[in-house]
Design a protein around this ligand. Structure first.
Ligand code: ADP
Ligand code: TYD
Length: 202
């Protein structure tokens, strides 16, 4: 496919939106057409699924249901938006992708990486990003950045131990998936972007 597909991964508050914005500006200044998306969400159907998953009242949600809902939201986003955008030659910048499911559901919820990868291989129809960046920020620091803003949704209100296990999950995942590039996200926004810029020659 013609376009470029860039994925930002990391804990809540690690700086994904901030970097997505910077990367977008960088490509736009070079004359590229940009599309931003976030997971779960990004289409009308996917946003409804997002509401279901993040609803604070859905405390009884089974972990498998949760994993399938994330995969369903992703399947819709891929077919309705990402594939057409890439065919049009656009730069697609996504906050989160399959790697989030592998970490949060596979490792965090204990469903297993292989199991969660299987449903996501089905959901994504084999679409792989050109660049995957993991913003490495200590989970307590990342969460503090986030809770300052909105008080947190259902997932952000999980115990800090869950956030720590997610962080450890990203570290583990990086050792299995060489395409994941780890970037130290505890520096200033300018310093982090300067390093990312060096990767945007893809
Ligand atoms: P995410 O999308 O990963 O949840 P955000 O980009 O929304 O994270 O960042 C969360 C908060 O932290 C925002 O208020 C943002 O301005 C701030 N922030 C982002 N990057 C940095 C950084 N490198 N240093 C300090 N604060 C940051
Ligand atoms: P969001 O508010 O978008 O958080 P963030 O700003 O960190 O992206 O909430 C998304 C939440 O959903 C986040 O806590 C991670 C979680 N998530 C999963 O558990 N599995 C997934 O596959 C995805 C895409 C997200």
């Amino acid at each position: 496919m013609e376009g470029r597909f860039i994925v930002l991964e990391g804990s809540d508050g690690s700086g994904k939106s901030t970097m997505a914005d910077r990367i977008g500006k960088y490509f736009s200044e070079k004359g590229h057409h940009i599309e931003f998306t976030r997971e779960p969400g990004g289409t009308q159907i996917s946003e409804k699924i997002r509401e279901l998953i993040l609803d604070r009242d859905n405390t009884e949600m089974d972990y498998r249901t949760e994993a399938l809902l994330y995969a369903a939201s992703r399947a819709q986003l891929i077919s309705e938006k990402i594939i057409p955008w890439l065919k049009e030659g656009k730069v697609v910048i996504s906050e989160r992708y399959v790697y989030s499911s592998l970490v949060y559901q596979g490792l965090g919820r204990g469903l297993g990486i292989d199991e969660v990868k299987k449903i996501n291989d089905f959901a994504t129809a084999g679409i792989k990003p050109d660049l995957v960046i993991f913003l490495d920020v200590d989970p307590e620091k990342a969460l503090k950045r986030k809770l300052c803003i909105d008080g947190g949704d259902r997932l952000e209100n999980e115990d800090i131990t869950f956030h720590k296990s997610v962080y450890e999950g990203y570290k583990e995942l990086s050792s299995h998936f060489p395409e994941i590039i780890t970037i130290d996200g505890e520096r200033t926004i300018d310093e982090i972007f300067e390093e990312i810029k060096g990767l945007l020659t893809i």
